[in-house]
Ligand binder design. Sequence first.
Ligand code: NAD
Length: 354
Amino acid sequence: MAQSAQATEPAVRVVFGAGIRATIAMETGRLGASKALVLATPQQCDAALEIAELLGPTAVGVFCKAAMHTPVDVTNAAMEHISEVGADCLIAIGGGSTTGLGKAIAYRNDLPQITIPTTYAGSEATPILGQTEDGIKTTLIDPRVLPEVILYDAELVRTLPVAMTVTSALNAMAHAAEALYATDRTAQTTELAITGLRAFADGLPAVLSNPNDLDAREATQRGAWACGTVLGQVGMALHHKLCHTLGGSFNLPHAETHAIVLPHAIAYNARAAATELQPICDLLGGENAGASLYEFAKRMNAPTSLRALGLSEGDLDHAADLATTKPYPNPQPVTRDDIRALLQAAWAGDTPIT
Ligand code: NAD
C-alpha cells in the first residue's frame, strides 16, 4: 500500500494469552451479539468447529471456504450464508486469508468482527482490504474492515508449521522494515516498527528452538501486532510493490515471496536510507540492513530463491516492467534496469546487491 491509513482507525480491543479463545462467548456477548458466524479456511475447519463448540447456541454457522487473496465469489457465498442464518457477528480464525474474508464481509455489511489470528501476517491490525475478482486484485482502505476485537492465542499459532512460521515472521518484519523509511513516518511509527522487529529478532530463534514455547510464541504475536499496526499507519514502498506484483501477476505464495524479496528490497533502499534502516543492523548485526536480513533469513532456514517458488527466469523481464509501472514512493529512485537486476538476484537466491 502506498497510501497511509493513520487517521481512520477506531479503537480496537486487543487481548493476548495462551488459551484466550476460551473467552470467545464472553467477547461475543460484550459486542452485544448473539448469532456468530465462524470463518476459516478448509484446512482450519477443525479450529472453527472448536470455536463454534465454545460458543454453544451463539454459533449459527461455520463457513470454511476462506481462500488466499480474498476472492469476491467466496465473499458473495459467505454473504448469502449470513442472510440465511441471520448472523450478527463474525469470528475469523486463521491467517491473512481468513482475516481478509471477515474484513470483506464487514466492508459490505459492517458486522462486528472478532479476529483470532493464527499466523503473523498482521492483516487483523490494518484497515486495508485486498480483494480479487476476475484475476485482478484491488486494495482499499476503510475503517469498517478493522476488527472490533483481536484475540492472540499463542496455543493456536503453535500449530503453524515451522517453515511457515519463518516466512510469516519475515512477512511481518517486512511491514516494519518499510515503515522505517516511509515518507509519512513519525517518531511513534518508527518506535512501533522497531518494537516489532525486535520481537522477531529475539523471538523467532526462540520459537524455532522450541516451537511449543508459548511465551516465545506470544512474544512473536506481539511483534505481529506491532508490525501489522504500523503497516496500517504508514505507506509502504518498493518491497510491497514487488510482492504485490509477484503475488498478483505470477500467483506466487504470499509469505514465502515476502521472505525472499525482503533482503533484496531493503538492500536496494539502504543505498538511500541507510540511516533510517540502521535499527535493523543494530538488531540483527552487520553493516547493511539488506545483508543483515539475508543472513538472518538464512539462519532461520527461510527460502531464498524465487526460482524455488516456481517463477521462471523468462518471467523476470515482465515482472520488472510491472513492478516499475506506477511505483510507490521510494527512498531510492526506481529504475527498470536496477529492478531487473534485483529480481535476478532474488530469483537465483544470490546475496542482495548492495
Ligand atoms: P493464509 O491465511 O493464506 O494461510 C496459509 C495456510 O496456512 C492456510 O491453509 C491456513 O489455513 C494455514 N494456517 C494458518 N495458520 C495456521 C496454523 N496456526 N496452523 C496450521 N495451519 C495454519 O496465509 P497468511 O500469510 O497469513 O495470509 C496471506 C493473505 O493475507 C494474503 O492474501 C495477503 O494479501 C493477506 N494480507 C493482508 C494484509 C492486509 O493488511 N490487508 C496484511 C497481510 C497479509
